[in-house]
Design a protein around this ligand. Structure first.
Ligand code: GAL
Length: 654
């Protein structure tokens, strides 16, 4: 369990650096990330490098015993670069360009910009790549943030043509696969294809999907160019990127694999995230100061898989932020709790954003571990407490890797893209559906791995697939070989790879193990509420419902009040034919867990648990004191069973 901080020496007088470094070390911080936005100071004019300040900053921090994470500055190209190459600015869907004057103002497909990035990264890496204090490099910053991907530029179009040519080989095959006979959309050549923006009504969904697939590959290949340079000059360092929470613009599994990342890092702003995602208003209100109990855990569990077991929190909320619709001060204890929560889910490092609140420019309303006058902030005091607790407890400071959970939730980026392109009803959102299932599993006290549909699923006892748009034979092979319980949600197997309805109707290839067919689907305005009850739990379908025909051997486990099947099952496979109200999802999962021999326990409101390396952690996100589900004779290494709001405890497993 190590603590870090994000620091911007270029924003403060040099006279402060040594004292900052000393105070960081005294606080218990081991890692400091620097430089990811400092291009204009590293290279004030084209080709003219000014390393002296950065040398001094690196040496000052290293002299205090701190380990460094050095950021490449490609998220903030300086003005001279934009003036020399204005076509580096990205193009929005409406055809206009973003301006200079903030950050992320670059087109990921611009060959000029790609060259410029390789140049600055090579210059940095040659200078600092073998510095013993620099243990890791962060590439760029939050790829895709601020909606700068996709870019609808001429550069993107040219590269899209090449991408399509490689995928389809002939224009005839593209026309066929895309179904371009519809509305006379047939193209005479690859060059004749445009980008899927500015069409009077919907563009062809497969055109939109292929553009998203292409853009996802663009992000990975843009990034790969930096990785190749860093591998050469910084062979011993960990290479990572700081991803975002709830962010699906590119396929993170493929990105991490294509880039051979050592660690998946992500930026965790739980309160701001709770405010900005599609949660019921009642939950946003309830968790306004603690954040929703699953909102960080969801991404901890996702990035653990993306990093093949190794993940860091590169930026952790340290107090109120500046960018959500509302930005409250966190409840007392949360800044400390979020660190333990990340560790319990397997994080190696939790690094707070930022060392000191900056009194000027865009983020002056964003807190840090210090107030602008250099006093420790309330969040800084909580980090001090956590650092002391960890230092004084051997069981906490040396945690081993988290074990594989018994339960997996499959999350799939392409499914997100397909159902965004074709929501069919305005309230259908795939990631929100996945989150609903995940939340239910966590309310039942379970540890969860979030994994790709291409992962090896053979060791899990319960596999939950809230939906998976394309189900191929390889996936069904996994089901046939496994002894797990499988739960599928609506829209599973509803599309082919070419964004069409499978010839044998949904759920496509899943019919091999679950003979049933989806005849019609409907989205539900809030006044349409097909009701049902499962095992005494009452509820309705929301957002989405299917009319399913179950074949003779398939069991109808539950049905709606209008007699359409709601849950059908055969052997170890269940299919849920709608988006059900939350308590019903939980009931279905509880039954499946019980069939899988996994013990569940419904936790009190706001309480969550997580196990790692012989320790069980419990966290209270609720407003009321609760008791952690520890055995009566448990040995606590942190806190005690009674948890006030915002408190955490940990005990040794028997
Ligand atoms: C992140 C970003 C940081 C900072 C922070 C503020 O998205 O990486 O540079 O802007 O948000 O919360």
């Amino acid at each position: 369990m190590q603590l870090g901080v994000c620091y911007y020496p270029e924003q403060w007088p040099r006279a402060m650096w040594a004292d900052d470094a000393k105070r960081m070390a005294e606080l218990g911080i081991t890692h400091v990330r620097i430089a990811e936005f400092a291009w204009s100071r590293m290279e004030p004019r084209a080709g003219e490098f000014a390393w002296q300040w950065l040398d001094e900053a690196v040496e000052t921090l290293a002299a205090a015993g701190l380990k460094l994470v050095l950021g490449t500055p490609s998220a903030s190209p300086p003005k001279w670069l934009i003036d020399a190459h204005p076509d580096v600015l990205p193009v929005r869907a409406d055809g206009t360009r973003w301006n200079f004057g903030s950050r992320r103002h670059y087109d990921i497909s611009s060959e000029t910009y790609r060259r410029e990035c390789v140049r600055i990264v090579a210059a940095m890496a040659q200078r600092y790549g073998r510095h013993p204090a620099i243990v890791a490099w962060q590439t760029d910053n939050e790829l895709g943030c601020h909606e700068t991907v996709p870019s609808y530029s001429a550069a993107a179009l040219a590269r899209f043509h090449a991408w399509l040519r490689q995928r389809y080989e002939t224009i005839g095959s593209l026309n066929e696969r895309w179904g371009n006979v519809f509305w006379s959309m047939e193209y005479p050549s690859f060059e004749a294809i445009g980008l899927p923006n500015l069409t009077p009504t919907d563009a062809n969904p497969i055109h939109l999907l292929d553009f998203r697939r292409f853009m996802s590959d663009e992000v990975a290949s843009f990034h790969r160019e930096q990785i190749d340079v860093l591998r050469e000059h910084a062979p011993a360092a960990d290479l990572l990127h700081n991803f975002m929470g709830f962010f699906t613009t590119f396929d993170h599994y493929r990105f991490a694999k294509d880039n051979a990342l050592d660690v998946a890092a992500w930026d965790s702003y739980p309160i701001a995230r709770t405010e900005s995602i599609a949660l019921p208003e009642e939950q946003k209100a309830r968790y306004a100061r603690t954040a929703h109990p699953d909102v960080s855990a969801f991404d901890h569990d996702r990035y653990r898989a993306i990093g093949a077991g190794r993940f860091w929190v590169m930026e952790q909320q340290a107090g109120p932020v500046n960018w959500a619709p509302w930005n409250p001060v966190p409840a007392r204890g949360m800044v400390r709790l979020w660190a333990y929560e990340a560790f319990a889910h397997g994080a190696e490092l939790v690094s707070y954003f930022r060392w000191r609140q900056c009194p000027y420019a865009q983020e002056q309303m964003h807190s840090g571990l210090n107030l602008p006058n250099n006093e420790l902030s309330p969040g800084g005091l909580e980090v001090q407490q956590a650092a002391r607790e960890i230092a004084n407890c051997a069981a906490l400071s040396k945690l081993g890797k988290p074990a594989r959970a018994a339960t997996a939730v499959v999350f799939d980026y392409e499914t997100q893209w397909m159902f965004e392109i074709q929501r069919h009803g305005k309230t259908f959102d795939y990631q929100t559906l996945v989150f609903d299932y995940y939340e239910a599993l966590r309310e039942l006290g379970l540890d969860v791995d979030i994994v790709s549909s291409r992962a090896d699923l053979s060791a899990y006892r319960l596999v939950v697939v809230p939906s998976l748009a394309v189900i191929d034979d390889a996936f069904v092979d996994q089901i046939e070989r496994s002894s797990a319980q499988w739960v599928f949600g609506p829209r599973s197997g509803s599309k082919t790879d070419a964004f069409a309805i499978p010839g044998n109707l949904p759920p496509g290839a899943l019919q091999r193990v679950l003979p049933m067919q989806v005849l019609e689907v409907e989205t539900l305005r809030p006044t349409l509420t097909p009701a049902l009850s499962i095992d005494g739990t009452e509820g309705t379908a929301l957002h989405w419902r299917e009319h399913v025909r179950a074949n003779r051997e398939t069991r109808v486990v539950a049905q709606f009040d209008d007699a359409w099947p709601a849950v059908v099952a055969l052997g170890t496979v269940r299919y849920v034919a709608g988006w059900l109200s939350h308590a019903l999802h939980r009931t279905v999962l509880q039954q499946a867990a019980s069939d899988a021999g996994i013990e569940t326990q419904l936790l009190p409101d706001g309480l969550r648990v997580r196990r790692r390396d012989g320790l069980s952690f419990a966290f209270n996100f609720g407003a009321q004191p609760v008791h952690a589900p520890a055995p009566a004779n448990a040995t606590f290494v942190l806190g005690q069973a009674r948890l006030n709001s915002g408190d955490v405890c940990a005990w040794q497993d028997a």
